[in-house]
Design a protein around this ligand. Structure first.
Ligand code: FE2
Length: 364
């Protein structure tokens, strides 16, 4: 029997490098219902950057900005705009995670490093993945502090009500032409993931554009990474638009789970989050396609939530517009009602919706 050489407990945190972390923090608090829990910066003895830690359910976002033009964070922001730098994974042994992956060919980002303070110690290590994105392994079993050594607890003076976001469901990477299989192999060989699903350009194409996608998952299924690459179409694929504006491969969207998408999306809309739009015709034959669902279809329609079914159940999902001015990173809100898939039945409607936005930006 194969043993999992890289056991993962889940996503530990997602770190964005941003132009102005202080203001980004308020975006996620006011629109997405995240609470500020920790901070690291000049006031905590860190001289070169500021980082805000936001939490909702088990989801932890870290927003970081460098304090000088030559800081590596700001180099990253100059090239990519605000974007995901670190997809951190929670492990029991960060040294072993590093050895197992680097010995299988991963490029080192951070050698095993022990950080400590009065709350104990954390071991961190890291490897490179697609583009300039990295995976950091976080071992925190001997730590009881709010986040990591170097961070202090911080509450915002603004009162925040959560919207019901629970945990990270999956994080999607966009890679360049012909690079999807290289990265799928990386996750298989270097990280011990297995291929869960494949979508070719026939599954994911509209009149104008196409993409291909493969989904890899770790052993226990807690960590899933779909990888997209552009495919030939009459016009520019949304993946190409992303790569053009991100100036390379990177994280395209983060899917976050909720148990009550009607409540979550209703709250997010009230707070000003902009979502992709699918036309009313989408709902005309939807129940014939997906069968019985528990939710009131009129409520789903009013919120423009999409529905899909697989052999194991159904799912409800919706996608935000990009959350920065470059048409790059966006979020998916997903409620799984047994379904383990990714909404294949919605791809066409969704991509047509993305193309309407691309057209408005002059990028189709
Ligand atoms: Fe997704």
């Amino acid at each position: 029997m194969n043993t999992d050489f890289l056991p993962l407990n889940g996503t530990d945190f997602i770190e964005f490098y941003c132009g102005n972390a202080k203001q980004s923090a308020y975006f996620y608090m006011s629109q997405f219902g995240f609470e500020m829990v920790a901070y690291s910066g000049p006031e905590t003895g860190v001289r070169d950057r500021a980082s805000y830690v936001l939490q909702q359910g088990k989801i932890r976002l870290v927003l970081s900005t460098g304090l000088t033009s030559e800081h590596a964070i700001n180099e990253h922001v100059k090239k990519h705009g605000d974007g995901v730098k670190v997809l951190a994974l929670w492990v029991d042994d960060a040294r072993k995670s590093y050895e197992e992956t680097t010995s299988r060919g991963a490029k080192s980002y951070l050698e095993p490093t022990v950080l400590s303070d009065e709350h104990g110690e954390v071991v961190m290590s890291g490897i490179h993945t697609y583009g300039e994105t990295v995976h950091v392994f976080v071992e925190r079993k001997n730590y009881s502090g709010v986040f990591l050594p170097g961070y202090q607890p911080r509450k915002s003076p603004m009162e925040v009500t959560p919207v019901g976001l629970l945990h990270v469901d999956h994080c999607v990477g966009n890679v360049g032409w012909g690079e999807m299989n290289t990265w799928v192999e990386f996750y298989e060989k270097v990280m011990g993931f297995s291929l869960l699903l494949t979508f070719d350009d026939k599954d994911i194409s509209t009149e104008y554009s196409a993409l291909m996608s493969k989904v890899v998952s770790n052993g226990n299924g807690y960590v899933k990474f779909p990888i997209n690459e552009p495919a030939e179409g009459k016009k520019k694929s949304q993946i190409e638009e992303y790569i053009q504006f991100y100036e390379g491969s990177g994280c395209q969207h983060i899917a976050v789970a909720t148990h009550d998408i009607i409540h979550t999306v209703g709250e997010m809309r009230k707070r000003g989050v902009e979502f992709l739009y699918v036309p009313e015709t989408y709902y005309e034959d939807i129940l014939d396609r997906v069968g019985d669902i528990k939710e009131d279809i009129e409520k789903l329609k009013a919120l423009n939530i999409l529905i899909d079914r697989d052999e194991e159940g159904y799912l409800l999902q919706i996608f935000t517009k990009p959350v920065e001015d470059r048409p790059t990173v966006f979020y998916e809100i997903i409620q799984r009602m047994g379904a383990k898939s990714f909404g294949k039945g919605n791809f066409k409607a969704l991509f047509e919706s993305i193309e309407r936005e691309q057209e408005l930006r002059g990028n189709l």
